[in-house]
Write a protein that binds this ligand. Structure first.
Ligand code: BES
Ligand code: MN
Ligand code: ZN
Length: 487
């Protein structure tokens, strides 16, 4: 999608397939106020916009989209009015969502030029939202349902913000595309190849560990999960240097289970169907790396993804097996479907060795997190409240919901084993999101660490208004924002 700017004065002259305008709902005093651009469009159309709102033909409710065909006074074929809800209720992230909802509505057919004349900021979020909203999950259909615009024009666009929006939109869409692609296409080796490609395109170094190297490195825990699959595992280390070498890097760690059958603790079909999404953490790390490098963020970042396929076969790891992780701890396997933590155990240990002084991991780790928080909210867990506050602040800025779960020492008792140092599940299902995090905590040393369980928000069964169903690309923007905030 080509992104460019035009001047507000040119609004009546520019020929476009559609113009997008935004309208706030009545404020708490009952007054309807049009923003400057909506007011300009209202005047150009001889008061049409206001009349349609007054008549109830155009909704001002948050994210409502109404089309007005052939508006007189404009050289556009149609006007799309996106509601913003009450000004008092506006929250960060509204620009991304409103742009996404408008773009998704207009993406129903091929369009050349769409003008964005929204009374809403920031512009980078508008651009990113439009790029995400107009790209569908139907990667393999002859008859597409959504068509990205050829060209998007933003009124009085700031070149830096347009560029940032373009980079973020591309990054979120890369993550979405990888998560939406099925496991016969995205497997450890092909995912690692894409990391290499992206490193060359965006400017970060990529190191790939194959099975042999993983064996030399004693990554027993990751290898145990991988051993049931015909696909060989990979661990990818991506290094972006945007600051002097003596600045310690932030470590981003992603769960990259390219398919999770559950292994011998086999999942039933309904639960297995969407398990191509189980590499969303790794795809989020890769997406964030591409954005950070392209934006030349003044920070050092090391991204690590553990790539395996969790399969059932004669070579699968078994219940009761005792595995030694890279950091020396022994793990008794109680459930082969609790594989994400087995993979992350070794990847986190490698991150420590890469000198990451602060860690964030992203993982579609537990169904229990969705039971606790619902489908659209990520679970946050930490060993360091101040590092968590930084991440939560960035998530708030981006409008990506996350809610903290406690890490009381008591939960650590649930993963004690009578034969090994720890076991890979808690006692029963209670507190499953937290006992999983307690397991991970065993592998982060004493470094500040935030674990983000994205099992819910990374993949939407039902489409929200601003993006197609399927992969959401959640937390790419938050991670980039968090690292920019540090720099
Ligand atoms: N990948 C799943 C978690 C998941 C479930 C992600 C639904 C997205 C949607 C994970 O590997 C898993 O199977 N977790 C188990 C853990 C249990 C065996 C302790 C779960 O949540 O049931
Ligand atoms: Mn599993
Ligand atoms: Zn899994």
């Amino acid at each position: 999608m080509q992104i460019s700017s035009f001047l507000a004065e040119e609004l009546p002259q520019v020929a476009a397939d559609a113009i997008v305008v935004s309208v706030w709902d009545k404020n708490d005093d009952g007054a309807l106020e049009l923003g400057p651009l909506a007011d300009q469009i209202n005047q150009l159309t001889s008061g049409l916009l206001k009349r349609l709102i007054d008549d109830g033909e155009v909704s001002t409710k948050s994210l409502a989209c109404t089309r007005v065909y052939e508006p007189t006074g404009l050289r556009a074929k149609s006007l799309l009015v996106v509601g913003l809800g009450k000004p008092e209720a506006a929250e960060p992230g509204l620009a991304f969502r409103a742009a996404g909802a408008a773009a998704k509505t207009l993406a129903d057919k091929q369009r050349r030029t769409v003008l964005f004349a929204l009374d809403l900021e920031p512009q980078d979020e508008l651009v990113a939202g439009a790029m995400v909203g107009s790209l569908g999950q139907d990667l393999y259909r002859k008859q597409r349902t959504l068509f990205p615009f050829e060209s998007l024009m933003i009124v009085d666009g700031d070149p830096n913000l347009l560029m940032r929006g373009h980079v973020l939109g591309d990054a979120v869409n890369l993550t979405r595309r990888l998560v939406n692609a099925p496991a016969n296409e995205i497997y450890p080796e092909s995912f690692a190849d894409i990391c290499v490609e992206q490193g060359e395109r965006c400017g970060f170094e990529v190191e790939v560990w194959d099975r042999e190297r993983l064996e030399q490195e004693n990554c027993g825990s990751l290898l145990a999960v991988a051993q049931g699959s015909a696909r060989e595992p990979r661990l990818v280390i991506m290094r972006y240097q945007g600051a002097p070498l003596d600045h310690a890097p932030v470590g981003l760690v992603g769960k990259g289970v390219t398919f999770d059958s559950g292994g011998l603790s086999l999942k039933p079909s309904e639960s297995m169907l969407d398990m191509k999404c189980d590499m969303a953490g790794a795809a989020t790390v890769l997406g964030a790396m591409t954005a950070l490098a392209q934006l030349q963020t003044p920070a050092n970042v090391v991204g690590l993804v553990g790539l395996v396929e969790n399969m059932i076969s004669g070579t699968s790891y078994r219940l009761g097996d005792v595995i030694q992780a890279r950091n020396g701890k022994t793990i008794e396997v109680h459930n082969t479907d609790a594989e994400g933590r087995m993979v992350l155990a070794d990847v986190l240990d490698v991150a420590l060795e890469c000198d990451a002084q602060r860690l964030i991991d992203l993982a579609t780790l537990t169904g229990a997190c969705m039971v606790a928080l619902g489908r659209s909210v990520a679970g946050g867990m930490t060993n360091d409240e101040s590092w968590y506050a930084d991440i939560a602040a960035a998530a708030k800025q981006c409008g990506e919901p996350i809610w903290q779960l406690p890490m009381f020492a008591e939960y650590g008792e649930h993963i004690r084993s009578s034969v090994a140092d720890i076991k890979n599940v808690g006692d029963g299902r209670w507190g499953g999101a937290i006992t999983a995090a307690k397991f991970l905590e065993e592998f982060v040393g004493n470094r500040p660490w935030v674990h983000i369980d994205i099992a819910g928000p990374s993949f939407n069964d039902k489409a929200p208004p601003w993006v197609d169903a399927g992969a959401s690309g959640c937390f790419v923007r938050t991670i980039v924002q968090a690292i920019e905030n540090l720099a």
